[in-house]
Design a protein around this ligand. Sequence first.
Ligand code: GDP
Length: 444
Amino acid sequence: MAFEGLTERLQKAMEKLRKKPKVTDADLRETMREIRLALLEADVNFAVVKDFVKKVREKATGAEVLKGLNPAQQIVKIVNEELTVMMGETAVALEKAPHIPTVIMMVGLQGAGKTTTAGKLALKLKEEEHARPLMIAADVYRPAAITQLQQVADSIDVPVFEEGTNVDPVQIVKDGMDQAHANHNDYVLIDTAGRLQIDEKLMDELAQIKELTHPNEILLVVDAMTGQNAVNTAEGFNDQLDITGVVLTKLDGDTRGGAAMSIRAVTGKPIKFVGEGEKMTDLDVFHPDRMASRILGMGDMLSLIEKAQKNFDEEQAQETMEKMRENTFDYNDFLAQMDQVTKMGPMENLLKMIPGMANNPALQNVNLDPKQFAHIKAIILSMTPEERQNPDLMNPSRRRRLAAGSGRPIVEVNRMIKQFNQMRKMMKQVTNGNFNGLQNLMGG
Ligand code: GDP
């Protein structure tokens, strides 16, 4: 999980402070020392850490925080604010061209997630703006690169312009731009070549493509897992190409946080998007304030709500409510609901966005194995259509058949059916305005 160690250490440092009846100068110094070490350990750039600690200390002493009420809480607030500032304060939107097409050049080292991100971004533009993007395959050095882009584009139903690997990339981009103009595409996403390291030939080529297309955005894709290397890469690309923004990928992995926190401060360029998974829908706008809250373990309810809104089908939700009221909620509805929840991404990631959950020990014992979802699904899919519509049919012999059909032990089948029945009972009570049943179920 991203930022895990950092969140834990920052929380510990703050917790210590919270326990003190009175916060002295020495206490503040000790807390700041712990915060400094936590940030350095999370691979945040040294100069950035130094500057951050200085600012927090100034604010904490200057504002008479220590003499006021709740000094620990105020210090948490200052740390939160400064983290936000360090990451750029507010989200920065994509630049758009006054006349179509808006040109977005995707650049980055090999394996950072450039091609995947180009696809994710094209999908986002399609979904949010009903855009008609064209992608240009300008990586001619790896034959597989074009195939990969083609596959990504096929999965989101976006056209690709390509001329194989024997044409000069600058020429390909030129021809691709002509096609975009002819077809009135409103966005062009150029998937450029990557290398294992920054090299002069590549930079030359990218500079030529920049010169030719005058892109509205040069988005550098960097892998958050590479920490300070990502920051150095960003510096290198920025020096040569004057990039307009960064996309930080693989934030769903267990990155320590250094890249997310240093890139803006070191390069002066905003992180515009973050990649949080391998699926085409796993690209989010980067919000510095929300990220700061997440790092501090204070949750990110806003992002969670947005994710829910995006993934939940209003009509289906209405239908479910209706069924709950009429007490006709069946296994088909249950399946549909599970699909909606899984679409939102890994369950752990969602839970961590809830305030106080990030380091909640209770969470350690919850089994959030996505396999469990798959098992429940397998059991339901082993039911006959009649059984799915009529949950009361589940007698012992049918249960044994389900166990055999799904390859799951009978106890698991029984448990699933029991939970489903409890859920039905609860739904009925809630929609009838009787909340006692709900309380009983929750052990209240
Ligand atoms: P490129 O060489 O820069 O074009 O990188 P690719 O787009 O081929 O991505 C390299 C690998 O990283 C692929 O396996 C992607 O699925 C994976 N990847 C890209 N973005 C993310 C992300 O946000 N999270 C995770 N977990 N994997 C990602």
